[in-house]
Write a protein that binds this ligand. Structure first.
Ligand SMILES: *Cc1c(COP(=O)(O)O)cnc(C)c1O
Length: 452
């Protein structure tokens, strides 16, 4: 077998999502309310439908995917798995490199895998509107698409700096019938507070989440939707890894290492968790989350309880954090800018069961360009973080002569990120190590309850 594209039939779209909690050695750390006591599922009912809350706390290994969601998945799933032969040749590496390509979805990333599921469960619960935040716009556009397909209205609070720099993702949201606002806005208490302190605030994911949560909590017809971080989001994304396992088997190979870019953790969890099931069953496989050095949550953050948003409206989650008032450095062009990350991914990292590395941005773009010039596909800058780490490993294999099998999640295409590629070509990108002082300063503002 020496296929370049390893394809599955539509009938091979997974029938169940995989819940990693069933295979974790320890139960997930409790999510805490403002009083320091565990949050009850009922308390989450103000912004999430019952089925998603059930998934959030489920310990069942397999959760059935409702047939109407599988129907919609058929528009782009199963996604292709590629063998990166031209990249391997350019690197002269003995490594086998494979990538799962999620850029084939209508929105161009893995995000519709959960957007469709979330919109469907909300509609089943009688909800007619969804509010959400978006950074670079991938999540906002994915949820607008899902809202359009399922008949829900969608309002997106888009981080202001991205709203101004990524006009085409804004246009995509509108094309799919969504409404998009530059956050911070003057429509919410949280937004007004930020604007009063800094009228020129560039916004951040933490601020936009506060605005979207506030809106959902104050309207009965509206729920909140999150594109990453939460357990149910990572659960929905496991279709990626479940398909990839089948495809690797068809290719007659099995990965020694699985890589994915990691911001909030959904595309990492999506591809890596099904392989974690194999690892839990004794198989030797390393799972590597790749983040930017300018937002080094897993590699340099502190493992403790923190809010998911800037205003402190969300429950406290136990995770690696750079502090909930983290505002990412303006020179960072590659996404993955959240101050925390999925509590499941963080706990597995804390327990030494997965690995994390941080890569600098110039080398990340260099890797994305080499990938485009060999494999043809122009990767989203987020995905290029994984490409960088894979290339580094493939070069180590070249030194050692080890023919390792490397798999990564090519989480999306970069067709709407060409301004960032232009910055790279114009020599306008710099490497940036997030300063130690900034981490110390942010940690001084951590909530006082429940230090892990
Ligand atoms: C959102 C996104 C990511 C990051 O996903 P997280 O869940 O935040 O880790 C990576 N790649 C692409 C293309 C994305 O749209």
């Amino acid at each position: 077998m020496s296929e370049t594209k390893i394809l599955l039939e539509e009938s091979a779209i997974p029938t169940h999502w995989y819940n990693v909690v069933a295979d974790m050695p320890n139960p997930p750390a409790a999510v805490l309310g403002p009083d320091g006591n565990p949050v009850t599922p009922e308390a989450l009912g103000a912004i999430f439908p019952p089925a998603l809350i059930e998934q959030e706390v489920s310990t069942e290994r397999w959760i059935p995917i409702p047939e109407p969601i599988r129907e919609i998945y058929r528009a782009w799933r199963p996604s292709p798995l590629y063998r990166a032969r031209r990249l391997e040749a350019a690197l002269a590496t003995p490594a086998h490199i494979y990538y799962k390509y999620e850029g084939v979805s209508p929105a161009g990333s893995h995000k519709p895998n959960t957007a469709v599921a979330q919109a469907w469960y909300n509609r089943e619960a009688g909800i007619t509107r969804l509010s959400t935040e978006t950074g670079a716009g991938q999540w906002g556009s994915a949820l607008a698409l899902a809202g359009q397909l399922l008949g829900l209205r969608v309002r997106v609070y888009m981080v202001k700096v991205s709203y101004e720099q990524k006009p085409y993702r804004r246009s995509m949201i509108r094309t799919w019938g969504g409404e998009v606002l530059a956050s911070p806005t003057d429509r919410t208490e949280s937004g007004r507070k930020v604007l009063a302190a800094d009228p020129d605030s560039p916004g951040s994911l933490g601020i936009a989440i506060s605005e979207a949560v506030e809106e959902a909590a104050s309207r009965a017809d509206t729920n909140y939707s999150l594109g990453s971080v939460l357990n149910h989001v990572l659960l929905h994304q496991t279709v990626i890894g479940l398909e990839a396992r089948e495809q690797m088997a068809l290719a007659g190979d099995y990965p020694d290492m699985v890589f994915a870019p990691c911001g909030g953790g959904s595309n990492f969890g999506g591809i890596a968790f099904p392989f974690f099931a194999d690892k839990a069953a004794g198989r030797d496989v390393r799972l590597v989350a790749v983040e930017p050095t300018s937002c080094p949550t897993l590699t340099r953050g502190v493992y403790t309880y923190d809010f998911g948003d800037t205003a402190g409206l969300t429950p406290l989650m136990c995770m690696y954090t750079l502090g909930h008032d983290f505002v990412p450095p303006g020179i960072h062009a590659g996404g993955l800018r959240y101050h925390g990350a999925s509590p499941l991914v963080c706990q597995l990292h804390h327990e030494g069961l997965i690995d994390a590395v941080a890569v600098p941005q110039v080398a990340t773009f260099e890797a994305g360009v080499l990938f485009a010039r060999t494999e043809g596909i122009i990767a989203a800058p987020e995905a290029s973080h994984a490409i960088r780490a894979v290339i580094d490993e493939a070069l180590r294999c070249k030194e050692s002569g080890e023919p390792k099998t490397l798999l990564f999640n090519l989480s999306g295409h970069g067709h709407f990120d060409m301004a960032a590629y232009d910055k790279y070509f114009n020599g306008e990108l710099e490497d940036y190590e997030y300063p130690e002082e900034a981490i110390h300063a942010a940690l001084a503002h951590l909530p006082k309850v429940g230090t892990a």
